[in-house]
Write a protein that binds this ligand. Structure first.
Ligand code: PBE
Length: 277
């Protein structure tokens, strides 16, 4: 069902960081955009659901990542130049989809291939390419989206690095680290800003063949929504430059490891930065 046109709907994907960012955008717009109804739709099933929803107007805004836009949505080749990736997604979304990329928030949440420290030590793993010699003895586990992302997910990982895992396992994104800790699998796709990386003693292997592009987060907004409410740009661009990699990891840690609510973590952060009273 389409939303009513006088409501601005913010969405987020199904992991804590994206939910926290969506909550921040919701709080900021609710406080600063007067006389407009703002609705929050957190925890959508996947990138594809968020993307489909913003295209058809069920969502107005959600936090997206430059590399995801480049490779997963636009199907363009991987590029490691941060500015070029941002300029490409900004221009192509603008022209092809009438969706605007606002300014980058400041951190890069890249996919990363991770193993428990004990596994890294046992098999002498430092780089992803080190896995080639031992992958047939190991199980790879990931959230469902990683298996379906053709150019920056499992298919690309295994073909680019010549990996042939003994088996694979899919788990809910929120249960991944517990599953590694319980040895249900030994190799996984981490997100580089995951707070749980701190908690679970995992080693991130170096992406030595440059499979992954940069993934800087930014709000994306439908242009018809921006036209009706131009203040949205300046309000949401207040987040720009406020969250670096380490800060985002700490915020994720509060949600995923300390089990604080995403809403509280988002609001407390905005208040601490003077963006919300
Ligand atoms: N990421 C890295 C992905 C998942 C992990 C945050 C860039 C994304 O949501 O697009």
């Amino acid at each position: 069902t389409p939303k009513s046109s006088d409501t601005i709907v913010i969405g987020s994907k199904n992991f804590s960081e994206n939910i926290v960012l969506g909550d921040m955008m919701y709080d900021l717009l609710k406080a600063k955009l007067k006389n407009v109804k703002i609705q929050n739709k957190p925890d959508l099933a996947s990138t594809l659901v968020a993307w489909t929803s913003i295209q058809n107007g069920q969502l107005d805004i959600y936090p997206e990542y430059t590399g995801t836009g480049l490779v997963d949505i636009l199907k363009k080749p991987v590029n490691s130049n941060t500015d070029q990736v941002y300029q490409t997604v900004k221009q192509d979304y603008d022209q092809q989809y009438h969706i605007s990329w606002l300014n980058p928030i400041g951190f890069n949440n890249t996919y990363a291939i991770a193993v428990p420290k004990a596994i890294a030590d046992k098999y002498h793993l430092k780089k992803v390419s080190d896995l080639a010699a031992v992958s047939s003895q190991l199980t790879f586990g990931a959230d469902p989206e990683f298996f379906t992302r053709h150019d920056d997910g499992y298919p690309a990982l295994t073909s680019k690095y010549g990996l042939n895992f003994q088996s694979t396992k899919q788990v809910d994104v929120g249960l991944k680290y517990e599953a590694v800790a319980n040895n249900q699998f030994q190799v996984t796709d981490a997100y580089s800003t995951d707070g749980a990386l701190i908690r679970y003693n995992l080693v991130v292997l170096q992406d030595d063949k440059h499979l992954f592009p940069p993934y800087y987060a930014a709000p994306i907004v439908r242009q018809d929504t921006l036209k009706a409410h131009p203040e949205i740009s300046s309000i949401l661009n207040e987040l720009s430059g406020k969250i670096d990699n380490e800060t985002m990891k700490q915020l994720n840690y509060q949600v995923d490891v300390q089990h604080k609510s995403a809403e509280d973590v988002a609001r407390q952060f905005l208040v601490s930065k003077g963006l919300l009273s």
